[in-house]
Design a protein around this ligand. Structure first.
Ligand SMILES: [Zn+2]
Length: 158
């Protein structure tokens, strides 16, 4: 395949057990998930932690898709995942903390959606999965998962 390819596919499943990761608020380098707020001082940048939370979360989703030819698992980072979720990973993480089944339910909501995605080869040659660089939902009535979840749980924005 070329550097990138665009396919129309159906979304089969999202791995809801591990949908985001922590990065430094200053330089967006990955931080260990186990660190708490006070030990996760970034070693790479001089970000001033006194005014902002030291870290934020970004989406990283493993998504199973089915094209007319094959089923495969691809990895979907923050910008593309926001199209499906309709919010930031931090917002979704807070929502999921208050509603423990939210991540599972989000997967069920999105399951079966027809999407057009652009796949690119990972920059890291060892990476296991193709990366999704953009997602366009094709169904006319599509709404992001967080919209449906808020209706479902009867809550306003986090
Ligand atoms: Zn940093």
């Amino acid at each position: 395949m070329d550097q990138s390819t665009t396919v129309t596919c159906s979304l089969l499943a999202i791995d809801h057990t591990n949908f985001c990761y922590k990065v430094c608020s200053g330089c967006e380098r990955t931080l260990p998930e186990t660190d708490d707020q006070f030990s996760s001082i970034c070693k790479f940048c001089n970000f001033n932690f006194s005014h902002s939370p030291p870290y934020k979360r970004l989406f990283r989703l493993l998504v199973s898709i089915a094209t007319d030819k094959q089923v495969k698992t691809v990895v979907c980072f923050d910008r593309a995942a926001r199209v499906l979720f309709g919010c930031s990973a931090d917002e979704f993480f807070r929502f999921a903390n208050r509603n423990p089944l939210a991540a599972v339910t989000a997967g069920q909501i999105l399951e079966g959606e027809m999407i057009r995605i652009t796949l690119t080869k990972p920059r890291n040659g060892n990476a296991q999965h193709l990366r999704v660089s953009s997602i366009v939902p094709l169904r006319s009535g599509f709404q992001p998962a967080i919209v449906t979840l808020r209706e479902y749980y009867g809550q306003r924005a986090p």
